[in-house]
Design a binder for this molecule. Structure first.
Ligand code: SF4
Length: 366
């Protein structure tokens, strides 16, 4: 049974131009109905002992301290929390203040993941974010939270090496225990994608994006934040346990609209329509839209694809055939076999998807 719980809160103040996550504008009446449905789903699916809880979105911190109290009370009533469980809440700097942070800590939250994205106001405007760099800095000064993670984005149109260096400098000075740095990608049907297609925006040159990624690895590494996953850096012992479970292909339970679960070799997904989610639970039905068994072939693909995201790589003790198939990729300097682990080299990390696909071809996996 899964020992990791994800809860999706699909509300945001405004929609960021590049975002394709499941989120709708915050509406108090809808949020109230959603929380009622969410509590029903928690009651229906409880009965597990949890090592990690991750409340993500959307923008969970759109919710009031009272709403969080309600959610955590229901979680504690229907699940067992292991001692020392990692409890994360995602936060947007524009929706976080001392009172809310204090309330979250009081409820047992021991990790905040703050969506800073950039310390340049011009870049934040370009991304359509609803907060400023100053608000992000204020949010990062929450002494009550022992473990703060911040999210950054690189490869933003108009972003220069100078501004990225400045963002990294400020991020490091803020002293987070964990940082996620993502390359901006153009997801279909977003205003950002449309602007690129219509030529109103230009993507930065690929060489610059690579330089930004490599600079981040160096800068974080020099400051004790080791690179443990393609986009993630942490001080030793502060790697995100919830996400490590995904990459290690552990089981997890996802509650809320659009949330995914993986249990008993089945992957399932809740409906992504907020009103349908509310309606189904009001009738006492589980809001599951899709549930498929994972084939043996898919299992190998998942282990490979997810495992290669981690800089440690894949333990090949029971998967010697992977090392065999990787022969040419190792010769080409894209992969490395070390300590019974198969992993991507620095060059391989830059081409991770292509390397995984090439490995699947060698394994004759479609
Ligand atoms: S705050 Fe996050 S989830 Fe909400 S619109 Fe922006 S990127 Fe999407």
């Amino acid at each position: 049974m899964a020992s990791s719980l994800y809860i999706h809160i699909p509300f945001c103040l405004t929609k960021c131009d590049y975002c394709d996550f499941l989120s709708v504008p915050f509406d108090e009446a809808v949020a109230k109905r959603y929380l009622k449905a969410l509590k029903r789903e928690i009651r229906l699916r409880g009965g597990r002992t949890l090592k990690t809880v991750y409340i993500g979105g959307g923008t969970p911190t759109m919710l009031s301290p009272e709403a969080f109290e309600d959610i955590f009370k229901t979680i504690r009533d229907y699940f067992e929390l292991s001692p020392g469980a990692e409890i994360t809440v995602e936060a947007n700097p524009g929706t976080l203040d001392r009172k809310k942070t204090g309330a979250l800590v009081g409820l047992g939250v021991n990790r905040l993941s703050i969506g800073v994205q950039s310390f340049s106001d011009a870049e934040l405007r370009m991304l359509g974010r609803c907060h400023t760099a100053r608000e992000a800095l204020r949010a990062l000064k929450s002494p009550a939270v022992p473990n703060i993670s911040l999210d950054l984005i690189y490869g933003i149109p108009g972003q220069t090496m100078k501004s990225w260096r400045q963002t990294l400098k400020r991020a490091i000075e803020a002293g987070p225990m964990h940082v996620s740095a993502y390359e901006l990608t153009a997801e279909a049907d977003t205003p950002f994608y449309e602007a690129l297609i219509e030529g109103r925006l230009d993507s930065p040159p690929e060489a610059l994006v690579v330089e930004m990624f490599e600079y981040a690895i160096e800068a974080f590494g020099e400051n004790g934040l080791h690179h443990y996953e393609i986009s993630n850096f942490a001080h030793h012992g502060f790697e995100c346990r919830h996400n490590l479970n995904y990459w290690r292909r552990g089981e997890y339970l996802g509650l809320g609209a659009g949330a995914h679960s993986f249990e008993d070799s089945r992957r399932s997904k809740n409906t992504g329509y907020v009103f349908k989610y509310i309606e189904m639970l009001s009738k006492g039905a589980l809001p599951v839209e899709e549930s498929v068994g994972v084939s043996a072939e898919d299992e190998i693909k998942e282990i490979t694809f997810l495992g290669l995201r981690m800089t440690r790589g894949i333990n090949i003790k029971k998967m010697g055939f992977l090392a065999k198939a990787a022969g040419e990729l190792i010769e080409d300097g894209l992969m490395l076999l070390e300590d019974e682990h198969l992993r991507l080299t620095r060059r391989g990390l830059l081409l991770s998807n292509a390397v995984a696909v090439s490995l699947f071809e060698k394994l004759e996996l479609g």
